[in-house]
Ligand binder design. Structure first.
Ligand SMILES: [Zn+2]
Length: 249
């Protein structure tokens, strides 16, 4: 089973020159899974003609550069494309609590006042726009299963990295070291000191503490301002992820 990973953006949430870090996964079957859906993602999907192809969205945590595009994507699919019931995209989250927080603290303000097919007002909920699947493993037909790994990002904020059963690891946003035994590592990174209160993994710490063999299979992403001053290949990494870069695994 070959899976294509296509990066929709590679920027940090505060780097407005780059699009939000997000990718989609596609296999031979009909499912197309987004991993996170930040505020720049719907426009990127539209540019690629893929809005209507999204069947699944895996959510790692609730920062806007990871979930800020869900209102637009969900509304386009529900109102413009008239998706209903089993045709709605499925949100995959690690816990029921995260799904509740996503709705109550993020999406409900703009999406709760909905309308039905007869244009009558309805009290919409998360399940008006999305099918919702919660649990420690996201299973999507035809794609590698994704295990949610609880990791540290912002203190006290629920946060998950993803380990796929085809050997791919994606840190999403976290300050922890990646598992060195993964076959392909996508790691978020930051560049500016000080590093003692970091919320992403510091470039210099990754460079100095990761074994060379692990660095070689590590692509760095979630690029903040100043990333141009670093040369990851010279430091033994695979490189920086580029927008629209594809991997086949
Ligand atoms: Zn974050």
């Amino acid at each position: 089973m070959v899976t294509t990973i296509h990066w929709l953006g590679n920027g940090s949430g505060l780097n407005l020159a780059l699009n939000n870090t997000s990718f989609y996964m596609k296999g031979a079957g009909p499912r197309l899974a987004l991993v996170d859906c930040g505020f720049t993602v719907p426009a990127r999907l539209d540019a690629l003609g893929l809005i209507g192809s999204v069947t699944d969205i895996i959510v790692t945590h609730l920062h806007a550069d990871h979930v800020g595009g869900l209102e637009t994507l969900g509304s386009l699919l529900y109102y413009a494309m008239r998706r209903r019931g089993a045709e709605l995209p499925t949100l995959h989250l690690a816990t029921d609590d995260l799904a509740q927080q996503l709705w109550e603290r993020s999406l409900s303000a703009g999406m709760a006042h909905g309308s039905d097919d007869a244009n009558q007002p309805i009290n919409a909920t998360l399940t008006t726009y999305f099918q919702v699947s919660t649990g420690p493993v996201a299973r999507i037909e035809g794609l590698p299963a994704a295990t949610f790994l609880p990791t540290r990002h912002i203190p006290n904020m629920p946060n998950y990295s993803l380990r796929f059963d085809n050997g791919v690891y994606y840190s999403a946003d976290c300050r922890d070291m990646p598992p060195f035994d993964a076959d392909l590592i996508f790691q978020d990174v930051h560049f500016q000191p000080p590093f003692d209160d970091e919320v992403h993994a510091a470039y210099l710490r990754l460079r100095d503490e990761m074994p060379a063999a692990a660095r070689k299979k590590t692509w760095l992403v979630h690029l903040g301002n100043g990333y141009e001053n670093f040369s990851p290949e010279k430091d033994g990494f695979a490189g920086f992820v580029k927008q629209d870069q594809e991997f086949r695994v």
